[in-house]
Design a protein around this ligand. Structure first.
Ligand code: HEC
Length: 315
């Protein structure tokens, strides 16, 4: 009898809690959300250091002076990708039959609590590179605010260096992506001079790190989400505050990330009126490391007309 009363109490309590909880599952109508079509291209071994070298890259001086990568390269992604995926100098380990670019549609929305980012792409025929046995595809994004000019103007390239693993001067262990500001100096050989911990900590406190989210994908399985920061290295957060859903239908992956606008430190606050720069990366055909497709930089911001990717308000 006592147990029975306990059950009734628990059921009543549950009913009260459910009634008081705002709708947990938010059905956003993505067909009504305007997106942005972007083309991700195969980057081979072209690094930040090469981008800044006028001898190796025609755009170097203009990039340093005023122009962003996208201002020169938007519309050229397919041609650039085709060039780099098969160029033996830029790509010493080409994957036979790999496409040079992948088109994606990116949509963003927010409500009072969350930011939603939806990425849809059709990988096409992708040779199995057998590099990452765990996932047939991965989709990732990296973003930061305007306080990191290298990311704001160069997107993911700010994190891509000549001395990282799988890059020309990289060691074979795990020298991951890193941001220029984490180094005392960047030379043509990359950034060996990591700032001392007290400086890194002070810069971290100023939010000088980028945040990344990634979903590991296998058709028919739940996506595996990781999140973390890129600063002096890539650091995965222990429990991701980011969730994702994914479907693979008619040759197209559709991945939707959800994260609270204010997810608490170490996550970046996503606030209305602030401009962020985001870059996307897609691994296909069981690839890892540099063997992915990357986007040029795009901005987003809540309640900001100048957002490249519109962030729709959902009610
Ligand atoms: C002022 C215009 C300009 C800017 C700014 C610029 N580039 Fe370039 N980029 C070029 C030109 C022109 C080429 C082709 C000739 C060469 O390789 O130098 C090129 C070549 C490249 C290539 C090799 C593939 C290809 O199509 O030739 C890549 C990759 C690239 N740029 C990426 C970037 C990135 C990333 C940035 C920003 C960090 C950037 N560029 C900034 C003009 C620019």
């Amino acid at each position: 009898m006592k147990n029975f009363r306990g059950w009734i109490n628990a059921a009543v309590l549950l009913a009260i809690v459910l009634a008081a909880t705002p709708r947990l599952v938010y059905a956003l109508d993505w067909t009504k959300v305007p997106g942005r079509n972007i083309t991700l291209f195969y980057p081979a071994q072209m690094s930040w250091e090469i981008m800044l070298s006028q001898a190796q890259h025609t755009g170097a001086n203009r990039f340093k002076r005023d122009k962003t990568c996208r201002q020169c390269h938007e519309g050229e992604e397919v041609a650039s990708g085709r060039l780099m995926v098969a160029d033996k100098v830029l790509e010493p380990a080409p994957i036979a039959g790999k496409a040079g670019a992948v088109a994606a549609s990116v949509q963003m929305a927010h409500d009072a609590e969350n930011l939603y980012v939806r990425v849809a792409f059709a990988p096409g025929t992708q040779p199995d590179a057998k590099q990452d046995p765990k996932f047939e595809a991965k989709v990732a994004l990296m973003f930061s605010g305007a306080n990191i000019p290298e990311v704001a103007r160069g997107g993911c390239y700010a994190a891509c260096h000549i001395d990282s693993t799988s890059m020309p001067l990289g060691d074979k262990t795990d020298k991951t992506m890193y941001l220029p500001a984490s180094r005392g100096m960047i030379t043509r050989n990359g950034g060996d001079f990591v700032r001392p911990p007290f400086q890194l900590e002070a810069l971290r406190a100023q939010g000088k790190f980028a945040e990344y989210w990634q979903a590991g994908l296998n058709a028919g399985a739940k996506p595996v989400v990781t999140a973390g920061s890129v600063f002096e290295k890539r650091t995965e957060y222990p429990a991701p505050a980011v969730s994702a859903t994914a479907t693979f239908e008619k040759d197209t992956w559709t991945v939707t990330f959800t994260r609270k606008l204010a997810a608490g430190a170490p996550y970046k606050d996503i606030t209305a009126g602030s401009l962020y720069t985001v870059g996307f990366a897609i691994h296909t055909g069981h690839t890892h490391q540099r063997f992915h497709y990357v986007s040029l930089e795009n901005t987003f911001g809540i309640d900001l007309d100048l957002s490249d990717i519109p962030v729709v308000t959902a009610h």
